[in-house]
Structure formats: structure tokens, C-alpha cells
Ligand binder design. Structure first.
Ligand SMILES: NC(=O)c1ccc[n+]([C@@H]2O[C@H](COP(=O)([O-])OP(=O)(O)OC[C@H]3O[C@@H](n4cnc5c(N)ncnc54)[C@H](O)[C@@H]3O)[C@@H](O)[C@H]2O)c1
Length: 254
């Protein structure tokens, strides 16, 4: 028996990195995967891979920061069993390097994007008798990471929203948890190294790898396995928690 047989899963930002790995794994476990992403090319490639393995998936061109777009797509999908709030963007800089535009851009995607997807999906889950929500937080939600002011703010909000939803919708059989990865080797990491440390890419990659006591970054597939467990019925007793997946970053960096 597949772990997500007959389940419908919405994965935001499923066209790349962690979201891609989650989409592929969920589909291989029987879920009908709906990817909401701005990057329709990447998402179409994920769907192609899923279909070539016998799974089912669909791309929905969507800016998660736009509530109307998200609501219309989720209403058209109808049945929603699983929501993974994964779409996110980075910003490097302390408070003085975070202008209003930077702050608003990060807020719009990382915080409002998750709120919009929750706003759209909760009524569908209630109508469907329950569901599982997984929110991508980060170690930055609970640890002071240098030069990540706006990003940390957004991940702290994800952490708190996840708990609030867990409390308010327990009686509706909706579980809500978050996961907090340390560095995961995805285009997100490669992109911000290239943008913020031009000419020092290899050095920064090494430095970021070593900041996990385990000595490397996670793979997207490792994150997807934890996501699968938390979104499956195997985790039926788990709600209102955050799960670090961090190679020892939070507790062993001493
Ligand atoms: N990579 C890491 O080290 C790491 C660590 C901790 C947490 N995270 C979190 O995991 C999530 C995924 O990260 P990743 O590394 O796979 O990133 P990624 O850049 O590889 O993928 C992010 C996806 O989100 C999509 N996206 C961005 N803005 C969007 C928008 N407005 N509407 C719809 N889709 C949008 C992008 O098109 C892309 O497909 C993010 O929330 C990130 O903050 C990543």
C-alpha cells in the first residue's frame, strides 16, 4: 500500500529544489500532486519526471503572494488532503542592508504566500474531513544567523503560523507542523552564493557545508523523506511541532 494513495497534495514552489524532491516523492507514494509555482518551466519538468514514473501531477502557474490567484487555483482543485508551504525566497543582509523593498519582497512570498495558501486550503480540508499541513521554516526561525534579518523574520512567522493553525484546526482533523532545515544543496543556495559572494563561490560553499557539524549540506531528498512522514497517516499523532533537520546545527554547534 502506497503511503499517500488517493491523497491530493498541493506543493508550492514544487518546480525546484526541496519542493521538487517533495513533489516527486509524494507522487511516487500515490499522491496526485499539484505544483503552484512561478517557475512553470521547472514545474513542467517535474511533472514530466513524475509522469514518466507512472505518477500524476499538474502545474499551476501561480504567484503565491497573490491571494486571488491562489484561492482560484485551490478552489478549482477542490479536494485538498495535503498542503506543503514550500515556496520561498532568500535575502542576505542585516537590518541596515534590508530596505523596505527587500523586507516587503521577502514578506510577500515567504509569509503572505504561506498565509494565502493556508487561507485557500483550510476550507477545502474542513470540507474534506481533515488534512495535513507542512510548512517550510528554517533553523533561522530559532537561531540568530548572521545577515539574515528579513529571511529570519519570515521563517519565525512561518513557525508561529504553523502552531496557530495546529491549535485552531485540531477539532477539524487538520494537523499542522513545520520543518526547519539547515543548509540544503538546492538552486536557492547556489543562487544566493552566486549573487552575494561573486568570485568566492567555492569558498562559501565549503564554509556553508562546514557550518553543519555533520560537515555537509542536506540533500533535497533527505528533506522530502521527513516531509513524507509528517504528511502521511503514519504521523497521525503529530501536530503543532517543528522538526529541525539540520546535521546538528542547532544543538551540536559548540
Ligand atoms: N535550501 C536551503 O538551504 C533551505 C534551508 C532552510 C529552509 N529552506 C526553505 O525551503 C524552501 C524551498 O527552498 P529551496 O532551497 O528548494 O528553493 P528553490 O529556490 O530551489 O525553490 C523555490 C521554488 O519556489 C518558487 N517560488 C519563489 N517565489 C514564488 C512565488 N512568489 N510564487 C510561487 N512560487 C515561487 C521558485 O520558483 C522555486 O521553484 C524555501 O521556503 C526555503 O526558505 C531552504
Amino acid at each position: 500500500m502506497l503511503k499517500l494513495e488517493n491523497k491530493v497534495a498541493i506543493i508550492t514552489g514544487g518546480g525546484s529544489g526541496i519542493g521538487r524532491a517533495i513533489s516527486e516523492l509524494f507522487a511516487s507514494e500515490g499522491a496526485y500532486v499539484h505544483i503552484l509555482d512561478l517557475n512553470t518551466e521547472g514545474a513542467a519538468d517535474v511533472v514530466k519526471t513524475i509522469e514518466s514514473r507512472g505518477g500524476t501531477a499538474r502545474v499551476h502557474a501561480c504567484n503565491v503572494g497573490n491571494q486571488q490567484e491562489v484561492v482560484e487555483i485551490v478552489q478549482a482543485i477542490g479536494q485538498v488532503d495535503i498542503l506543503v508551504n514550500n515556496a520561498g525566497i532568500a535575502h542576505v543582509g542585516n537590518l541596515e542592508k534590508c530596505g523596505e523593498e527587500d523586507f516587503e519582497r521577502v514578506f510577500q512570498v515567504n509569509v503572505k504566500g504561506a498565509y494565502n495558501a493556508l487561507y485557500a486550503a483550510i476550507p477545502a480540508m474542513k470540507a474534506n474531513g481533515g488534512g495535513a499541513i507542512l510548512n517550510l521554516a528554517s533553523i533561522a526561525a530559532v537561531v540568530g544567523i548572521a545577515d539574515r534579518f528579513a529571511y529570519s523574520m519570515s521563517k519565525g512567522a512561518i513557525y508561529a503560523m504553523s502552531m496557530s493553525i495546529a491549535r485552531d484546526y485540531m477539532a477539524d482533523n487538520i494537523r499542522s507542523n513545520s520543518i526547519s532545515p539547515a543548509r540544503v544543496h538546492t538552486p536557492f543556495v547556489d543562487g544566493f552564493i552566486a549573487k552575494n559572494y561573486p568570485g568566492q563561490e567555492a569558498e562559501m560553499f565549503e564554509k556553508l557545508s562546514k557550518s553543519q557539524p555533520i560537515g555537509r549540506m542536506a540533500t533535497p531528498e533527505e528533506i522530502a523523506k521527513l516531509a513524507l512522514f509528517l504528511c502521511s497517516d503514519d504521523a497521525g499523532f503529530i501536530t503543532g511541532n517543528d522538526y529541525p533537520i539540520d546535521g546538528g546545527f542547532i544543538k551540536l554547534n559548540n
